[in-house]
Ligand binder design. Structure first.
Ligand SMILES: [Ca+2]
Ligand SMILES: [Ca+2]
Ligand SMILES: [Ca+2]
Length: 364
């Protein structure tokens, strides 16, 4: 289905990026590496916004602003705007560990109107994935132990892979001698299948290793999984059988990556795959056929968004041609043909991390 959207302005495209905000450095573990050369030390930037106590309610011209001190907060239920909060149960006892939004998912998988919560119990090897009850946070089940977190930012996808109304949890973990793609039954936590790939060696702090995207890549009924190991993509069908592999030949720092998305860009009912690396942006059909490649990519993008930006009925892909410097490229998603460059630095934005596209301009 083609998403019809009205045209957007440059300001709308980038308004949510927040030029004055301290951008998080790359990768889930990067916050523990203060003083990254050329980057932003999030321990030093914007700390004046951190409340003294557990939380504070401030105000600006748009209304109230709630700020939470993540190191001090004990009772989330007192924080204005929080609808549900319960103490986390089960494994959490590693110093420096905290609930990790990258490796969690919230979705109503059984249609009872209550959200179901899934999370990895630890970033480290030897713990499983668990399902939590919405009412009190109690543990519904814990899977068998999975490997360590790779460092990807693809969350913990929960989808109906088989096309039968039954959901599965998908996750890639780093084992002793390989990576492994796990598929768990949401009803029981039992392993449906486990597909090993790669050599398990962590590179680029794990960025681009274990990125997972789920889509209708192979047929219109089931969903398949594309997982990335550095410069190599692997696609598995809903039963865990390998469908295809694509090796970009990117290695070392050139294979640094953490953005990977899917979208049915031509509306034929099958999703296309759009992976980005430090030195490559490309589009592939769901069967692994290459649609296009931008080998001029200067440095990895921190966002990938598909939308019909100019409302001509065709989908565009938006990505950053040089992380932190731009410009944002707007290309035809199916061909890669460049339609527009947006120099966000001229708009006063220092580093574009995450963007949103929508009908923001009431005049259009
Ligand atoms: Ca539910
Ligand atoms: Ca398609
Ligand atoms: Ca378009």
């Amino acid at each position: 289905m083609t998403i019809k959207r009205t045209a957007i302005t440059t300001a709308c495209l980038l308004a949510c990026i927040g030029s004055g905000m301290a951008a998080a450095p790359d990768g889930p573990h990067a916050a523990a590496r203060p003083g990254r050369a050329g980057g932003i030390d999030c321990r030093k930037n914007n700390m004046h916004l951190c409340p003294e106590g557990e939380f504070a309610v401030g105000k600006d011209q748009w209304g109230e602003i709630v700020r939470v001190n993540m190191l001090k907060i004990k009772d989330w239920s007192k924080v204005p705007g929080v609808k549900k909060a319960w103490p986390m149960q089960g494994f959490e006892g590693v110093p420096g560990m905290a609930f990790h939004p990258v490796i969690s998912e919230v979705k109503d998988v059984d249609g009872d109107g209550k959200l179901d919560i899934f999370r990895r119990r630890s970033e480290h090897a030897g713990e499983g994935i668990e399902r939590l009850d919405y009412d009190d946070g109690s543990v519904v089940w814990v899977s068998e132990p999975v490997g360590a977190l790779s460092g990807d930012e693809s969350r913990l996808p929960v989808f109906d892979l088989h096309g039968k109304g039954r959901y599965s949890v998908v996750h890639a973990a780093r084992e002793d001698d390989c990576f492994a793609l796990w598929c768990l039954d949401v009803r029981t936590g039992r392993t449906e299948w486990r597909a090993p790939f790669g050599d398990g060696v962590k590179r680029n702090y794990g960025n681009g290793q274990g990125d997972v995207v789920v889509g209708r890549f192979l047929d219109r009924k089931t969903r398949a999984v594309v997982v990335r190991d550095g410069g190599v993509l692997h696609c598995y069908d809903h039963t865990g059988k390998k469908a295809w592999t694509h090796d970009t030949k990117l290695r070392g720092g050139n294979a640094y990556a953490h953005e990977l998305c899917r979208h049915d860009a031509d509306g034929d009912g099958l999703d296309e795959v759009f992976p980005n690396w430090q030195k490559l942006m490309m589009g592939l059909r769901g069967d692994g056929t290459i649609l296009w490649q931008d080998t001029t990519q200067a440095a990895h993008s921190d966002y990938l968004v598909c939308a019909d930006v100019d409302a001509d009925g065709k989908t565009e892909l938006i990505y950053d041609h040089h992380e932190g410097a731009g410009p944002a490229y707007v290309v035809e998603a199916m061909t890669g043909n460049l339609r527009m460059k947006i120099d966000y630095r001229k708009e006063g934005l220092r580093n574009a991390q995450n963007i949103a596209v929508g009908d923001f301009d009431p005049a259009r």
